[in-house]
Design a protein around this ligand. Sequence first.
Ligand SMILES: *Cc1c(COP(=O)(O)O)cnc(C)c1O
Length: 360
Amino acid sequence: MARVFNFCAGPAVMPEEALLEAQRQLFDFNGSGMSIMEMSHRGKEYDAVHTEAIANLRQLMAVPDEYSILLLQGGASGQFAMVPMNLLRPGETADFVNSGAWASKAIKEAKIVGAVNVIANTGKDIPTRLPAVADLKPTPGAAYLHITSNETIAGTQWKSFPKTGAPLIADMSSDILSRPFDVKDFGLFYAGAQKNLGPSGLAVVVIRKDLIERCPETVPMFLRYKTHAEENSLYNTPPTFGIYMLMLSTRWLLKMGGIAGIARQNEAKAAKIYAAIDGSGGYYRGTAVPEFRSNMNVTWRLPDEAREEKFIKEASAKGLKGLKGHRSVGGIRASIYNAFPPAGIDALVAIMKDFQAANG
Ligand SMILES: *Cc1c(COP(=O)(O)O)cnc(C)c1O
């Protein structure tokens, strides 16, 4: 049974090595006679997995001691709600950059909790883009500034991050662990796991410890970062299988040379597709302004929708799956996260050339 080239935006491709290891251990984890999902989350076998997952994340991103790493449930959308509940107190304002559909959802949740100031809105711009960092006008005394480090649907990615004085909060769901960044530039960042980390449902949250204390007393225990930080994300039964897969995928990433190693590969992968787009004489048109092009989600159009549909169909028949753009924007999207193999990029570029020759 051959694996396809999986360009799905999320849930997305995982490292083959991690899948095979999970398969090997599924029936009998480390000689325990049980699978990892059948055993106590307080036992020593699971504890080793939990501890390694967090330690790998800390090592990969060089997370300083003054930050906690939390493994929570509810994916990234859970964080759209938890961030304002914990960090936007009565009378305060939260700044947001609206760069598209994901930021819009985060803004909606924050507005339920308190005052929101959208200090830049590029969410509907075509070609897709992000605001220039220098143009941002933050609210004086804002509780935080929230951005989406990589807009999965639009195919845009911040190349440098704003520094406004307010704690910077980033939804990194679709580019966490894909490139180097300085954790200290952020008050908090989070990611749903299903793009670059593991299976869906799990969220990784990295939070500066002083921010953990901000939460108002009116927030239920379960929704406080403090509750989970104090219990090392074992306040209740965590999603143990998801955390196991996170541990395996971060272990794989360390073997790949960590973030520096994978970032070089990610850069080279994306550059090949962008070169194919730019070298097509306008047949393929990139959707994002070049300076904001994402290395994780490459988005482009063909001359018309009929050919886009045909392209997706023909690629799929050749084992290149999931190239359809998000239903809200159409076009083509190649999601090429960490675990997406370079050979799949070459296969895609070859198909792009052949398709243009046959359908130009
Ligand atoms: C996929 C995605 C989400 C949604 O994640 P869920 O785990 O489904 O809540 C949020 N933000 C970004 C940037 C995403 O790519």
